[in-house]
Structure formats: C-alpha cells, structure tokens
Design a binder for this molecule. Structure first.
Ligand code: GLA
Length: 384
C-alpha cells in the first residue's frame, strides 16, 4: 500500500483522498456453474489491489498502473476504447456507471497489485471493482453491494464481451476474512462458511499460462450451455437454465443431444452437487472428502467440460502425487491460470519445492507457488 501512496504523491504532488483495497478471489469448488445459475463456493483472498484516489474538479482521469509502469488519461465525457487491456477494464466499468446515469467526477489514481493479471485469481474483476468502489466513495453514490456486483458484471458482459456469471464480483465484493461463501447464483442467497484449521493449508500454483476469456473457449462454453438449455427445453419446458437439468433428461434425449453438449450438462449437474457435498465436508473438517471432491471436480473440468490444459493437468498430477496432499484442481475459467491444492500444513514447503523443480523440468516454466488465506472483501482503508 505504501508504495502506491508514495507514487501518488510523486506523480500528482498531493496526498490521496481515498485508499481502497480490492482482493483477488479463489473458488474452492463450483466452476462454470455461475452462469448456469448453480452453486459456487468462493472466498476473497489475502492478496489483491491497492488504489490511491484523488478528486479532481474537472471530468478528466489520469491513472497510473504502478506494476506495469504505464499511465493512461482520458476525458469521462468521451473516450475511445483503448488498445491496452488494463485500460479497457477500467473504461468498461466507467462506461457502465455513465450508462446507469451515474456520472463520476474526474479523478487521479495510482494502483498496484500482488496478483498477476490473467492468472485465474480474478485480477480483472478486482481491478474494476476497486475502481467502482473508488467512484462510489468519491461521488457519494448510494449503492449497495449487489449494485456493485451487477455494474461490474454488466461491464464485463457488455463492454468486454465476456459472457461471465457473478462468481468473481460476488466473491470480491462480499468477501469476509476467514470465511468462504456458498452462493446460489439463481436465488442469490448466500451463507458465510467459517473455516480455519491450523493443520491444513491452501496452496495456489500459477501455471504461468495466461488466458484471456475473449480469446479462450470461455464464451464457447457459455454458448454450448445455452444451446443445451434450448434443446432440452423443447421437451422439458421447466428447464430454463442448466440448474434445472437432470441426468434423467439427458438419458431420455440422448439421441437428440450431441455428445459434447451432453458432457457439458453432466459436468454441471455433478459440479453443483459437489459444491453442496464440499460444504458438508468442510463443516465436518473431513479433509479427505474435500480432497476427493477437488479431484473429481478437476477430472470433470478436464474431460467433461474440457477447459483444462496440459500445464494445469501436469500441476494437478504433481500435487496429487504428494503423500500429504488431499486434493487439487484448476481454478477459474480455465485454459491456463492457477490450480489450488489442499495440503497438510507441515508439508507445504516440501510440496512447493517438489512442484517447482518437477514442473519446470517438464514444461520449462518456473511456476509461482504461494499459500493463501481467506481475506477481507472490497473495502475502504482510508478516506479524507
Ligand atoms: C471466470 C468467470 C466466472 C466463472 C469462472 C468459472 O472466472 O469470470 O464468472 O464463470 O470463470 O467458474
């Protein structure tokens, strides 16, 4: 945080008015279920973005991305879509505010991050939620947490063109220290699940393979799910999303449903059930069962939903080969990014050493491994 504030002072010759922290997120289980109106189990993590904001009297914004050593400036009344990824993310959320009749005043901003962009920890949503929180606080807008989730989600869908669900926004905005959250994406009801156990640790490994959901197969999967709903709905009118799908319906309509669509549907049905089973296992501190569910989820993402890749499969197999690992799986949209591992705490260092050495030998990529804990959600650290 200090380096962000120092840079703000250097660049703008004044102190910031507002400091915001926006965390990354992990999803323990329930992948690709959000836009299918199923269950997810995310948590905010103790890593993410810091923003220093200063008000301006005009309608300009000047934003400095400290880690990229890059700067952008534009007028809020008219801006062209930038060709830089990080700027487009910010423009998307500002555009969404303006379309919703929320016209922000101009601002100066410096931000920095402890999570790499495109690594599957939802760095892009952490960036746009941080900007959004800054706009709300600087302009005294009366918005609740769901308003922030919806604004950021619409920015993602409309400005960026990614047909994403609400997993990332929800986790970042609603995150609570030492808790994960079971969310029903259809009813939007959620429950905090407290989870602190000294004998286990969550380790994240970044495969180093970067993805961009516009170019990955992410939107293809969302379209396939929509096609499957349409097909099944011809016979079963009650099916409005894959949340309503059952294995029996897929069996019954087997001749009419292409194999790939059927695999996507079966994955979603089983992944939703795994989320509920995982929550029970967490309540009972049944680490073996939690691990088994993580493994099943990864297999489903690899073979049924087909969103894994060689590097992530390699990381998961290496993790699973360690005697003190309960289970591991890829996290997020897929096609690169991170895996999460549940491991006995006493073996964390040994596990990391083994993965670093073997993964680099196999793929030529040095993986980034770190432990995480469940951290605070989006929040204001300081305001003048
Ligand atoms: C990305 C999307 C989320 C969700 C996950 C997969 O992170 O932004 O909405 O679909 O992929 O679970």
């Amino acid at each position: 945080m200090n380096k962000t504030v120092d840079q703000f002072l250097t660049l703008f010759s004044r102190s910031p008015d507002l400091i915001v922290a926006s965390p990354g997120r992990i999803n323990l289980i329930g992948e690709h279920t959000d836009y299918n109106l199923g269950y997810v189990l995310p948590a905010a993590i103790d890593k993410g973005f810091f923003f220093a904001f200063g008000r301006r009297d005009d309608l300009s914004c000047r934003i400095h991305a400290l880690d990229l050593d890059d700067m952008c400036s534009f007028e809020l009344t008219r801006f062209e879509k930038s060709d830089k990824n990080w700027v487009v993310l910010i423009q998307g959320v500002l555009d969404q505010c303006i379309r919703s009749n929320l016209m922000p005043a101009g601002f100066d901003c410096v931000f920095s991050s402890s999570i790499p962009i495109g690594s599957g920890l939802s760095s892009s949503t952490a960036l746009d939620c941080g900007i959004l929180k800054g706009m709300v606080a600087l302009n005294d807008w009366q918005l609740d947490r769901w308003d922030l989730v919806n604004l950021s989600n619409r920015a993602n869908n409309e400005y960026l063109g990614v047909q994403g669900g609400i997993l990332d926004q929800f986790a970042i905005v609603f995150g609570k220290k030492d808790h994960s959250m079971l969310l029903d994406c259809r009813s939007r009801k959620y429950q905090y699940q407290s989870f602190t156990h000294d004998e286990i640790e969550w380790v994240v490994v970044d495969s180093g393979v970067r993805h961009n959901h516009l170019e990955s197969g992410y939107n293809d999967r969302a379209s396939e799910c929509a096609q499957l709903v349409e097909l099944v709905n011809r016979k079963y009118e009650e099916v409005k999303s894959l949340r309503d799908l059952t294995g029996h319906m897929l069996d019954d309509m087997a001749v009419k449903i292409p194999g790939a669509l059927s695999r996507r549907g079966r994955f979603i049905i089983s992944e939703n059930q795994r989320v509920l089973d995982f929550v029970e296992a967490m309540k009972n501190a049944d680490f073996q069962l939690m691990g088994a569910l993580l493994k099943q989820s990864h297999l489903g993402l690899k073979n049924g939903y087909e969103v894994s890749c060689f590097e992530m499969d390699t990381l998961v197999s290496l993790a699973d080969s360690h005697k003190d690992v309960y289970g591991a799986r890829m996290v997020g949209g897929g096609f690169g990014g991170c895996i999460i591992i549940l491991v006995k705490k006493r073996s964390t260092l040994d596990l990391i050493r083994m993965i670093e050495e073997k993964y680099e030998r196999i793929t030529g990529i040095r993986p980034n491994c770190f432990s995480i804990s469940f951290g605070h959600g989006l929040r204001i650290i300081d305001k003048h």
